[in-house]
Ligand binder design. Structure first.
Ligand SMILES: [Zn+2]
Length: 315
């Protein structure tokens, strides 16, 4: 497959996001940047540099629903919009789904120790939605589906960083369009997000993310085109390093816990003293990820107190 990379600026600390124009039987762009004017210009010039106009693009395929990836679905008037079912709910800006999100976050923040009076100010779902596009999907992909117009290119569900995440692996070339599953310089945050199936309760995002890394590790991969930063080779080595670092951080959480009984918020405050207030959602997701890992491996237990707040202690 011929792959043309476009680097698109974002207003987020992560910096640029990558989109890829791929010419197969269909002309497809994978990811489209956040819905800002700067990103629109970068997209337009990037598609032009690949030899096309925005209206030539036949398909937009999304690796996941986050605003830095799924913003400019609106910029391609003739394109089918393709991605995960979860992504569709975001693109529809569905009021009921947004309410579900807000309620889910409020409950999770409360049970992990955020005082009631701070909860409302800490839930930013609607603000995040502003840079997400507004065209719903025209086609939903499921795990194992082939991307239309690209024979042998398989969508592989790889949840953890997002509840809508796919990588796209070519069984012909062993190249992968990897979204944010594995990045060159950054460790993707195992964000806590409400599950599509509301009966399931909170997903354990870090454990889910590690399962997704294992799926990737078992694939033969020549080159991985990533959502941020450089392309990757040598995937198993990188995964090994990342898992080692993750375990060290989990160990640090275990040490910080000492002999005390603490909430996830108290631990987050100790782990990330300088940024936890500004970036509560992101840092709390990380701490909860480590706690899930420690609990799954029998190092800590979690118990709710009378107020319904989880206290963690060493086992
Ligand atoms: Zn991203």
């Amino acid at each position: 497959m011929s792959v043309h990379k476009i680097e698109i600026p974002t207003p987020y600390p992560v910096g640029d996001v990558n989109a890829f124009v791929v010419k197969g039987d269909a002309l497809t762009i994978f990811d489209v940047g956040p819905k800002t004017m700067e990103a629109y210009d970068a997209l337009k010039w990037g598609v032009h540099a690949a030899g096309y106009q925005l209206q030539d693009i036949e398909q937009v395929v999304l690796t996941h629903h986050h605003p830095d990836h799924a913003g400019w679905v609106d910029a391609f008037p003739n394109a089918e919009i393709i991605g995960h079912e979860y992504n569709d709910k975001w693109l529809r800006h569905d009021e009921e789904f947004l309410n579900y999100h807000e309620q889910f976050y409020s409950e999770r923040l409360y049970e992990h120790g955020v005082p009631r009076e701070y909860i409302q100010a800490s839930v930013h779902v609607r603000r995040e939605m502003e840079l997400v596009g507004e065209r719903p999907l025209t086609q939903i992909l499921h795990d194992g589906d082939e991307v239309p117009g690209h024979p042998g290119l398989k969508a592989i569900e790889t949840l953890g960083h997002a509840q809508s995440h796919f990588i796209f692996w070519s069984e012909r070339t062993n190249n992968v369009i990897g979204g944010d599953l594995l990045l060159d310089k950054i460790t993707p945050n195992p964000l806590i997000e409400p599950p599509l199936d509301r009966m399931l309760g909170r997903t354990k995002s870090l454990l889910q993310y590690n399962d997704s890394l294992e799926i990737l590790r078992q694939l033969p991969v020549n080159k991985m085109y990533t959502g941020h930063g450089a392309d990757l080779e040598n995937i198993p080595d990188l995964i090994k390093k990342r898992l080692e670092r993750q375990q060290l951080q989990s160990k640090k959480v275990h040490e910080l816990l000492g002999e005390e009984q603490l909430t996830a918020v108290q631990l987050t405050e100790r782990l990330y003293p300088s940024i936890f207030q500004r970036q509560l959602g992101l840092t709390l997701s990380k701490t909860i990820g480590h706690l899930d890992y420690l609990e799954a491996n029998d190092f800590v237990t979690a118990e709710k107190n009378e107020a319904g707040v989880y206290l963690f202690k060493r086992k």
